[in-house]
Design a protein. Structure first.
Length: 121
């Protein structure tokens, strides 16, 4: 769950630019919720030392907060370009990681750090 300051802008970014499908929509006097499908989700727990190593590989220095969202995509570089045109800021990359992915780090307009990764064959 992401709580965002500009709901409509975030919805345009994640649904329209990133291409996540809408699964459900709820609204009430209290606000709005849109459930977006991001495929299979996993929760990766890392300690501070490994988080710093990931940042060093992807960006060159420690930049992420406690939450960073990663998406496996068909072409991380092309999608990063498209997301940049939709308001994301390039933070680092593209870089080929030691685990053989091509990664690009972005900051979404809402401030969330995103890693886009594509397996290198």
């Amino acid at each position: 769950m992401l709580t965002v300051p500009d709901f409509d802008a975030a919805l345009r970014f994640y649904r329209d630019a990133l291409g996540l499908d809408v699964e459900a929509v709820w609204s009430s006097e209290g606000g709005h919720v849109v459930l977006l499908s991001a495929g299979r989700a996993t929760l990766e727990l890392v300690d501070e030392a490994h988080a710093a190593e990931i940042d060093r590989i992807e960006v060159g220095r420690r930049v992420a907060g406690p939450v960073r969202v990663a998406f496996e995509v068909d072409d991380s570089e092309a999608l990063a370009t498209r997301l940049g045109e939709s308001g994301a800021t390039l933070v680092g990359g593209p870089v080929t990681t030691p685990w053989n992915d091509r990664n690009v780090r972005l900051e979404a307009p809402d401030g969330t750090q995103l890693t886009l990764f594509t397996g290198v064959e």
